[in-house]
Design a protein around this ligand. Structure first.
Ligand code: NIG
Ligand code: FE
Length: 407
């Protein structure tokens, strides 16, 4: 056993509901707190001095100066395994071209596919690990990572194998997702339906055989896959035993409805979701994931997180870090900015980056500081937890703990 503290404030996020709006008065804040760790898990949270006197011979890890502690963050949507760079897309967009126009003229996802196919395994692994380290430095210890820049058997498996290799080299938890249905690759001879069938018969069986991912994602959008073909595909992936997540309503509404109908764990993006579909999502178990990094990268509107929360949805916030629409990668900055535009409480933002995003990944063992949960947390040198969002990402994490150990 080990006792860590004292912390000026321990923000536990205990007892907050999974869905709907939250007020900051609902936050449990333990002043002068400590965290007792046993076997990588949280044993008890409480007043540091009380915990110390209750556990006389316990090892003590003393926290120097004034620090606060939060549950570590969970980034439930990233595309951080990729080759190349799309700075030129960014510059073209800012010069007036749209995301879709750039895609049609040879930039966009397809250009990242070419760079990723051309990258060696070593290069892909090295850059992936570098991005993981950056996320860990922000206090993010659980990271979803999608394929989707390979788009054929060889290269999708290459990506997923590198994600698996990265898991052997990092203490963060990686959650791989197969996004072979990101786009029909230009060199595929056949229709969208035929490409989706190719994923079902050629890619997913191998993904399963090598245990490379348990989740499947699809980009439903005019420029990618159409609603009906996508729904049929998702139902078949479900029969194969995969969990589902969907890139939904990014530019065109309608696909979040499909995500709910097929029982997806999450519907992500939702910038274009209409009010009726907000109500539909809010009554489901499908997590509505806001991706403010994509709004900031594209200069598009934000996901209607306020309306979703008010309607009672489970709202997560993730970075969508990718070379095209969301090149920044700093989830804390993005979530802080989303809060200012959407008027989200601190509790709603923290919940969206912790236990609510963990739920989207099917990981209910983390995201709060509560007994029996995974001892992943992040500390900041400050006396007030509100400074984390107030500083919009410029207050660096002081220490990041995974399984109760400082990394
Ligand atoms: O989540 N919308 C589709 N996929 C990514 C963008 C990928 C890319 O542009 O490379 C997204 O925004
Ligand atoms: Fe994405």
């Amino acid at each position: 056993m080990k006792l860590i503290g004292p912390f000026k404030q321990v923000v536990t996020l205990a007892n907050l509901p999974l869905r709907g709006k939250l007020s900051d008065q609902q936050l449990e804040i333990i002043v002068d707190g400590g965290i007792l760790i046993k076997n990588n898990k949280i044993q008890k949270i409480g007043n540091f001095e009380t915990l110390k006197s209750e556990n006389q011979n316990v090892e003590i890890e003393t926290i120097e100066g004034e620090q606060i502690v939060l549950p570590a963050f969970v980034d439930s949507h990233t595309h951080i395994c990729f080759g190349g760079n799309r700075a030129n897309d960014f510059a073209m967009r800012n010069a007036g071209k749209t995301y879709l126009e750039i895609a049609e003229s040879g930039g966009g996802i397809w250009s990242s596919v070419q760079h990723t196919r051309n990258a060696s395994e070593e290069e892909l692994l090295k850059t992936l690990l570098k991005r993981i380290d950056f996320l860990i430095s922000l206090g993010i210890t659980t990271i979803e990572v999608k394929s989707g820049y390979g788009l054929d058997v060889e290269n999708e498996l290459k990506m997923l194998r590198m994600i698996k290799k990265a898991q052997d080299k990092t203490q963060a938890t990686l959650v791989p997702t197969c996004l072979s249905a990101h786009l029909k690759p230009r060199d595929f001879e056949g229709s969208n339906e035929e490409y989706l069938e190719y994923i079902l018969t050629e890619i997913l069986p191998k993904v399963k055989e090598e245990n490379l991912a348990k989740r499947v994602d699809i980009f439903i959008e005019k420029s990618a896959f159409q609603p009906e073909e996508s729904k049929a595909f998702l139902l078949k992936t479900k029969d194969l035993g995969f969990e589902i997540t969907v890139h939904a309503d990014q530019f065109t509404p309608g696909s979040s409805r499909i995500a709910v109908e097929v029982g997806a764990k999450s519907a992500d993006h939702l910038e274009a979701t209409i009010d009726e579909d907000i109500a539909f999502l809010a009554q489901s178990e499908t997590v509505a994931t806001a991706l403010p990094g994509a709004s900031l990268g594209l200069g598009e509107k934000f996901t209607p997180a306020r309306k979703l929360l008010d309607a009672g949805a489970i709202v997560a916030i993730a970075s969508d870090w990718n070379p095209g629409s969301a090149p920044m990668g700093n989830l804390i900055t993005q979530a802080s900015i989303l809060a200012t535009f959407e008027k989200l409480t601190t509790a709603e933002v923290l919940a969206g980056m912790t236990f609510r995003s963990a739920f989207a990944l099917g990981l209910e063992d983390r995201g709060r500081l509560e007994p029996n949960l995974k001892a992943d947390f992040v500390t900041y040198k400050t006396n007030n937890f509100q400074n984390v969002l107030y500083n919009q990402g410029s207050l660096n994490a002081e220490h990041v703990y995974i399984n109760g150990a400082k990394i």
